[in-house]
Design a protein around this ligand. Structure first.
Ligand code: DCS
Length: 292
């Protein structure tokens, strides 16, 4: 909500309505099974940053779990843009999700006549300046999630448990690993810098191919920073010169301590800082002269 007494607008089944008028059915499959997919799109100065990439990924996630989205790409762009305007959102994010609809509880897909349910809302917040500048602490945890982490699924229990465990250890993010190979954060991708080279897990079924990850990799290539999309171990992580996480909300955030061990000199490293400035350039390019 933008202010007292102002009801925020949301998208419900293709229409823009007051948030208070939305009622989720107890048998919505998203609610009961986590049977759905979602996206988080960043908005700077009222403009959708990498909006096309996020919407494309929403359709990809839907198709990977055989979920039908009854709107065209352009209809989706128009709907989300209208929502941002209606809510007068300047800086923040759009959350959009699609569930497999409402049907009597049964693990099987509902009949094809059951409509999927699309909803979206906006949230206002500013850039996390403090953590971007100073960096954060992380905790390593075992990656206990399923084997379709490339799908942005509503099932986030594994991610929730990882994040909570990090929080309880006084850390900002969890760094997940499968038998010692680092995959990704609880809600971010993880990269290390070794001898000036950026290394991050390849985009396969074990991670979400983050949009910020992709922008970061492109800026590395355009600026002649070497990149290696290859798995790395917990030992590589602990010995790295620099570590950073990438995500729509945290952008490029340095990780300066892992499991109580200081990384590098405990300050955001030079490559991370360079990548942050390239990322800001990209924001300005797409969304105008937004700056801190
Ligand atoms: N990996 C996981 C598991 C994520 O949940 C996210 C983003 C990422 C990587 C990074 O992807 P993007 O660069 O495309 O953001 N998670 C979103 C979320 O749930 N909240 O904010 C971002």
């Amino acid at each position: 909500m933008r202010g007292v007494g102002i009801v925020m607008k949301v998208i419900w089944q293709g229409n823009i309505v007051d948030r208070m008028d939305v009622h989720v059915d107890i048998e919505d499959r998203g609610y009961q099974f986590g049977d759905g997919i979602y996206e988080v799109i960043r908005v700077y100065k009222g403009c959708l940053f990498t909006g096309k990439e996020h919407i494309n990924r929403l359709y990809e996630s839907a198709s990977k779990v055989r979920l039908h989205i009854p709107y065209s790409f352009q209809q989706m762009v128009d709907m989300l843009t209208r929502l941002v305007k209606e809510n007068e959102l300047q800086n923040g994010s759009i959350y959009v999700q699609v569930t497999r609809g409402v049907s009597p509880r049964n693990h099987l897909f509902p009949p094809a006549t059951v409509e999927t349910i699309l909803s979206a809302y906006t949230k206002e917040f500013s850039r996390p300046v403090e953590t971007i500048y100073n960096g954060v602490k992380a905790k390593t945890v075992e990656d206990i999630r399923w084997l379709k982490c490339d799908v942005k699924s509503l099932n986030l229990l594994g991610n929730v448990l990882a994040k909570q465990s990090a929080y309880e250890a006084g850390c900002f993010e969890a760094i997940q690993h499968r038998i010692g190979m680092v995959t990704e954060g609880s809600a971010s991708n993880i990269a290390i810098v070794v001898d000036g080279k950026v290394k991050t897990h390849p985009a396969n079924h074990l991670i979400l191919n983050g949009i910020v990850r992709q922008v970061m990799l492109q800026t590395c290539v355009s600026n002649h920073i070497q990149v290696d999309e290859a798995p790395f171990t917990l030992e590589d992580l602990m010995r790295a010169d620099e570590i950073f996480m990438t995500s729509t909300t945290s952008e490029i955030t340095p990780i300066v301590e892992v499991d109580g061990t200081i990384i590098g000199n405990g300050m955001p490293g030079p490559i991370t800082k360079k990548l942050q400035s390239y990322y800001e350039e990209e924001i300005k390019k797409q969304c105008g002269s937004y700056c801190l």
